[in-house]
Design a protein around this ligand. Structure first.
Ligand code: AMP
Length: 172
């Protein structure tokens, strides 16, 4: 039986700031069969694609990227907020609605030519995963696809990712 994943996403108005409709994934994570369905769907999609690694974006991207990498039997590369990674890093700064943000990846995380899928939980404006893709490419690796559990269509993040195939499982 296929579970309707959207039924397990809780909308929390005005979190963390007024005006944001926060998509809370915790009800889905608590539902073992639904969480399994998400990972099984991703694994079926990426099996046989000759990927070298799964790239997970801090922090909720880690929740899906780690079991997927395990299932595919390939490595996991974390992209993290500044100051968290202990070794030499590539860094990229990107604009948010107000102010800016920075992401880092270890310089030795990906070999040139490595084929990866980039995973996060929610695609909103696309700034976060676009920055993650930039880090992958700085290392000389190749983004095969970007996948997010949820896509907020009205923010048109997909347009920002026009250079990459994109996959989402729930759309609002
Ligand atoms: P963006 O860079 O605008 O695509 O924002 C994506 C990042 O912010 C993701 O890592 C999400 O976890 C988080 N995010 C943005 N908007 C929401 C939302 N409405 N609900 C939950 N998470 C969000």
């Amino acid at each position: 039986m296929t579970i309707n994943l959207a039924d397990l996403i809780r909308n929390v108005p005005d979190f963390p700031v007024p005006g944001i409709q926060f998509k809370d994934i915790t009800p889905l994570l608590q539902h073992g069969a639904a969480f399994k369905q998400v990972i099984d769907t991703l694994a079926a999609r990426y099996e046989g694609r000759a990927l070298d690694a799964i790239v997970g974006v801090e922090s909720r991207g880690f929740i899906f990227s780690a079991p997927l990498a395990y299932r595919l039997g390939i490595g996991l590369v974390p992209i993290r907020k500044p100051g968290k990674l202990p070794w030499e890093t590539f860094a990229v700064e990107y604009d948010l609605e107000y102010g800016s943000n920075k992401l880092e990846m270890h310089r030795d995380a990906l070999a040139p030519g490595a084929r990866v899928v980039v995973i996060d939980d929610v695609l909103a404006t696309g700034g976060t995963v676009a920055a993650a893709c930039q880090l992958v490419e700085t290392a000389g690796a190749v983004v095969e696809e970007v996948a997010c559990l949820i896509e907020l269509l009205f923010l048109k993040g997909r347009e920002r990712l026009a250079n990459y195939p994109f996959f989402s499982m729930i759309q609002y």
